[in-house]
Design a protein around this ligand. Structure first.
Ligand code: HEC
Length: 152
């Protein structure tokens, strides 16, 4: 798992440098999405309403101990809200991080269903402002990931 994450982290870093230049391409991709009505890749939309409430309940139960009730982070545990860089991961990477864990981030694959993981990610995205959301959406378009079937 490690080398794979390192590789994607490097790719992520390169992308974050390349993204300003790619935004034009991304906009073309998004336009294509808008005209066909079909997303180019599966993409988790930020939660609102009931989904936001159930996402927050799950987040409070499984994640808040380390990441804080508002995703503000604590000590060594990174913030997941708008202020930090959780948005620099495409959706597939967020899913596999939560499912499989990483370093001292525990794996939740045996406790949370895929739907629950997606609901939590949708909740986390609701903390992100429009700029970060669209940046992360570009990442999802550029990097649909090795396991696209995990997403819907
Ligand atoms: C025991 C503490 C702990 C719990 C509980 C925990 N995490 Fe984490 N989380 C971490 C640590 C530590 C990291 C940093 C991992 C690394 O990169 O080394 C992390 C990283 C992350 C990241 C990547 C952040 C970034 O900026 O790259 C996300 C997203 C995340 N956690 C989401 C979650 C979600 C969602 C849950 C609940 C299902 C959760 N975490 C539960 C400790 C925790």
């Amino acid at each position: 798992m490690q080398p794979k994450f390192k590789r994607w982290r490097l790719i992520g870093l390169l992308l974050s440098i390349a993204i300003p230049g790619l935004i034009a391409c991304g906009e073309v991709a998004q336009q294509a999405t808008l005209t066909t009505g079909e997303p180019a890749v599966p993409y988790i939309e930020p939660a609102f309403g009931e989904k936001l409430a159930s996402g927050q309940a799950l987040f409070g139960q499984y994640c808040a101990n380390c990441h804080g009730q508002s995703g503000e982070g604590m000590g060594p545990f990174p913030a997941l809200n708008d202020g930090m860089h959780a948005y620099s991961h495409p959706d597939w990477e967020l899913i596999s991080l939560i499912r499989d864990g990483k370093n001292s981030m525990p794996a939740f694959g045996s406790q949370l269903s895929e739907d629950e993981i997606i609901t939590i990610i949708a909740r986390v995205k609701a903390w992100w402002g429009p700029g970060k959301l669209s940046e992360q959406r570009q990442l999802c378009l550029i990097s649909p990931g090795p396991t696209p079937t995990l997403m819907r």
